[in-house]
Design a protein around this ligand. Structure first.
Ligand code: DX5
Ligand code: ZN
Length: 220
C-alpha cells in the first residue's frame, strides 16, 4: 500500500496560491477544497481558480467538492484540469452515474463520507470508485481537531476493500498531523490530506516528507 500525501490548499495563502503550490512540489496531489456555502457553511473557490492552478503545477489536482448538486457540477472540474474529483455521498443524487461520468472523462472518481455517514450502505458501489474519502472532521473548515470516532469507520472501510479485493485508495481528511497520521495509517488509510499541519509549518515541503514517513512507519 503506497502512502500518498495531499496538502490542502485551504490553509494556503489565497492571495499567493502559486507561491504556496511551489512550496509543496514533492506532494503526490494538491488537495483543492470547493465549498458552496450550502452543503457546508463556508465558501472557497470554483472552476476558474482550478483552471489557473492546473497551469502552474505538475502536481495533479485532487478536487474535494463540498457542494450541493455535484451531479451537475463535478464533471466540469475534470475539464478544468483535475486528476481526481471527489463528491460527497450525502449530496449526490446518482453516485454511480456520476462516478462513471468522471471516469469516462479521464479522471479518478472519489466519494466522500461525512463523519456521521456509515460506509456499509455504499458497499455495492465501491467498485465504481477509485477512492473513498473518510472525513475525520465535519467538512467546512481547516484547523479543526481530528475526530477519533472516525477511526472504526476507516477500519471498516479497509476491511470491505480487502474483502472485495478492491484497490481503491482510502483517503482521510481533517485534523491530520504528525500526531494523528499514524493512527489513520494503522487503521488502513493510504492517502492523507493535511492543510494546517503543512502550511503552518516553517518548511511545508519537509512536513510533507515527515507525514509520509510517520504514515509509512505506522502502516508497516
Ligand atoms: C475541511 C477540508 C479539508 C481541510 C483540512 O472541510 O475538506 O481539506 O483543508 O484542513 P486541516 O488539515 O487543517 O484539518
Ligand atoms: Zn478536503
Amino acid at each position: 500500500m503506497a502512502i500518498q500525501i495531499a496538502p490542502s490548499l485551504l490553509s494556503a495563502d489565497f492571495a499567493h496560491l502559486a507561491d504556496d503550490v511551489a512550496r509543496v512540489g514533492g506532494a503526490d496531489w494538491l488537495h483543492v477544497d470547493v465549498m458552496d456555502n450550502h452543503f457546508v457553511p463556508n465558501l472557497t473557490l470554483g472552476l476558474p481558480v482550478v483552471e489557473s492552478l492546473s497551469k502552474v503545477t505538475e502536481v495533479p489536482l485532487d478536487l474535494h467538492l463540498m457542494i450541493e448538486d455535484p451531479d451537475r457540477w463535478a464533471p466540469a472540474y475534470v475539464e478544468a484540469g483535475a486528476g481526481s474529483v471527489t463528491f460527497h455521498a450525502e449530496a449526490a443524487t446518482a453516485p454511480v452515474r456520476l462516478a462513471r461520468e468522471l471516469r469516462s472523462l479521464g479522471a479518478r472518481a472519489g466519494m466522500a463520507l461525512r463523519p456521521a455517514t456509515p460506509v456499509e450502505p455504499y458497499e455495492a458501489l465501491l467498485p465504481e470508485l477509485d477512492m473513498l474519502l473518510v472525513m475525520t472532521v465535519e467538512p467546512g473548515f481547516g484547523g479543526q481537531a481530528f475526530l477519533d470516532l472516525c477511526l472504526p469507520k476507516i477500519r471498516a472501510a479497509r476491511r470491505l476493500l480487502d474483502a472485495h479485493g478492491l484497490d481503491l485508495w482510502l483517503q482521510v481528511d481533517g485534523g491530520v498531523s504528525l500526531e494523528t497520521v499514524g493512527r489513520c495509517a494503522e487503521a488502513g488509510a493510504d492517502v492523507f490530506v493535511a492543510g494546517s499541519a503543512v502550511f503552518s509549518a516553517d518548511d511545508p515541503a519537509s512536513m510533507v516528507e515527515r507525514l509520509r514517513s510517520e504514515a509509512a512507519a505506522a502502516a508497516d
